[in-house]
Ligand binder design. Structure first.
Ligand SMILES: Cc1ncc(COP(=O)(O)O)c(C=O)c1O
Length: 436
C-alpha cells in the first residue's frame, strides 16, 4: 500500500470468545467431540423458545409494516414502553427521546466508544467483556485503562483502584460498569454502585452501565438498576437488550437509556453525535422492536424467565461445588448472568505442562498451536483442555486481564452432561498442574 491504511486501534480488536471456535472446529475435524462452553448464546446451547413467543413474532411477520425502516431512535411505542418500565422503578425519570435503539449492544458499544474523542478514556473493568474493552482501546489506539475486579472479594470492583486511576490519569472521562458482570458472574451490592456514582460525581465523569443481564440474578442477590441510584447529577448511558433475557441474540436488538443527559452541554453533544451516527445508518432492525412490548408483557414471560433463572442458580451451585476445592484455582459462586471465571493462582502455570492426548494428529496440532511466541499460559491450558477432553472454554487473559484462567458458561441444559463437564475440568486442572 502506498499509504498506511491501518487504523491506529486496529491491533486492539480481538474477540477470543469466537477465535477459540476456529481452534475447536479444527480439532473437531480431527475427531474431537467438542463441548462448546465458550459463547454466551442460550439458543445455541439448546434453549427452547416458547411457542407463544414464536406466535407473536409470526403474527408480526404477516404485517407489511414489519418490513419497513423504523425511526432512527426506534419505534416510538416501544421506546414509550421501555421509558414506562424504567420510570416505574421510581428513580430517574426518562421519556422516549432519551432512548436509542441499536443493532444489538455490540453496535451501541462500537458507536459509543467510536465517537468519543480519541484522547478521552473510559476506565473499564479487568477482567472485562471484550467487546467493551476492545472498542475502548481501539478508539484510543492504546491499551485499555482498567480497574480491578477482585477475585478474592467476589469479583467486586476495587474502589481504591478506580479512585487512583482517576486521580493519576486526567484523560479518564468515564467509568464503565457491567452489572451483572460478564465474564465473572458477579452482581454488585448497592453500596459499591453508590460509591462509584459518588466517584463519578466528585470527578465530573460520566458513567456507562451495561445492564444487559439486569433481570438474571439469583442465589438471593438483588440487582440494583442504575436508574434507581444515579440521582440527578451524573450523566449516564445505560445499556439494555433482548439478547440474553428473551433470549434472542440473533435479532440484533439492544438500546441505550440516557440519564441526566441534558445538563452538561458537552455530554449532550456527545449523545447527539451517537444519534447522528445511527441516523447516517438510517435505523436499527424493526422486527424485534415491534414485538418487544407484547413479548415482555405476555403473562408467561415472567414464568419463562424465572424457570431459566432457577436453572442457572442450580447450575451455578453445582459448578461452584465442583471447582471450589480444586487446588490452584480461585472461583467465586456465580450470582448473575450465566458465566463463571476461574483464575489460576499466580505463577502456577508454565510452558511444560500438558494433558494427555491419545490421537496423534490432535496432539501434534495442539503442540503446534501452543508453540507460538504469543501463547499466554492460560491459552496453552485451554488448548490442551480442548484437545484432551473436548471442553471448549475461553482463556481469561483474553478478557483484558493479566490473570490466567478461563471463562465457562452455565448454559449446558443437560444436568448430567453439565456435571460431567465440570468434573472433567476439575480433573484436567489437577492433572495439568501436576504434569510439570
Ligand atoms: C455484558 C454484555 N454486554 C453486551 C453484550 C452484547 O449484546 P448484544 O447481543 O446486544 O450485542 C454481551 C454479549 O455477550 C454482554 O455479555
Amino acid at each position: 500500500m502506498r499509504t498506511d491504511i491501518l487504523h491506529i486501534g486496529a491491533g486492539e480488536l480481538t474477540y477470543e470468545i469466537r477465535n477459540i471456535v476456529n481452534v475447536g472446529m479444527k480439532l473437531q475435524a480431527l475427531g474431537v467431540r467438542v463441548n462448546w462452553e465458550n459463547i454466551g448464546d442460550p439458543v445455541a446451547k439448546g434453549e427452547k423458545i416458547p411457542s407463544w413467543m414464536k406466535d407473536i413474532v409470526a403474527e408480526a411477520v404477516q404485517k407489511d409494516e414489519t418490513y419497513g425502516y423504523s425511526p432512527t431512535k426506534g419505534i416510538l411505542a416501544t421506546r414509550q414502553f421501555i421509558a414506562d418500565e424504567t420510570n416505574a422503578l421510581g428513580g430517574v425519570q426518562i421519556d422516549p427521546e432519551d432512548i436509542i435503539f441499536f443493532n444489538g449492544l455490540g453496535d451501541a458499544i462500537s458507536k459509543i466508544f467510536g465517537f468519543l474523542k480519541r484522547t478521552a478514556r473510559v476506565i473499564v473493568p479487568t477482567p472485562s467483556y471484550t467487546t467493551h474493552s476492545s472498542a475502548e482501546a481501539a478508539h484510543a489506539g492504546d491499551r485499555p485503562v482498567t480497574y480491578i475486579l477482585d477475585p478474592n472479594h467476589n469479583w467486586y470492583p476495587d474502589l481504591e483502584d478506580i479512585e487512583n486511576h482517576i486521580k493519576f490519569n486526567p484523560a479518564v472521562a468515564g467509568i464503565l460498569i457491567i452489572n451483572p458482570d460478564n465474564p465473572t458472574g458477579a452482581v454488585y451490592p448497592e453500596q459499591i454502585l453508590r460509591a462509584i456514582v459518588k466517584i463519578a460525581e466528585k470527578n465530573d465523569l460520566f458513567i456507562i452501565c451495561d445492564e444487559v443481564y439486569q433481570n438474571m440474578v439469583y442465589n438471593g442477590t438483588k440487582s440494583v438498576p442504575m436508574a434507581t441510584i444515579i440521582g440527578d447529577k451524573v450523566p449516564t448511558i445505560c445499556m439494555r437488550g433482548v439478547s440474553k433475557e428473551m433470549p434472542w441474540p440473533g435479532s440484533r436488538c439492544g438500546w441505550i437509556e440516557v440519564y441526566n443527559g441534558h445538563d452538561d452541554p458537552m455530554f449532550e453533544k456527545y449523545i447527539n453525535s451517537i444519534l447522528n451516527a445511527k441516523m447516517v445508518e438510517v435505523c436499527s432492525t424493526t422486527l424485534p422492536q415491534l414485538v418487544l412490548p407484547e413479548i415482555k408483557s405476555h403473562p408467561e414471560y415472567g414464568n419463562y424467565l424465572n424457570e431459566r433463572i432457577r436453572r442457572y442458580e442450580k447450575y451455578s451451585n453445582l459448578a461452584y461445588d465442583i471447582l471450589k476445592d480444586v487446588k490452584g484455582v480461585l472461583v467465586n459462586r456465580t450470582n448473575g448472568a450465566f458465566y463463571m471465571s476461574a483464575a489460576f493462582e499466580y505463577g502456577l502455570l508454565n510452558d511444560n505442562q500438558t494433558l494427555p492426548i491419545e490421537n496423534d494428529e490432535v496432539r501434534t496440532t495442539v503442540e503446534g498451536m501452543v508453540s507460538g511466541p504469543d501463547i499466554s499460559p492460560d491459552k496453552r491450558f485451554v488448548y490442551y483442555l480442548l484437545g484432551s477432553t473436548g471442553v471448549c472454554v475461553v482463556p481469561l487473559s483474553s478478557f483484558a486481564t493479566n490473570l490466567q484462567g478461563f471463562r465457562i458458561t452455565l448454559l449446558e441444559r443437560d444436568e448430567k452432561e453439565f456435571i460431567k463437564i465440570f468434573k472433567t475440568i476439575a480433573a484436567a486442572i489437577e492433572s495439568y498442574l501436576a504434569s510439570a
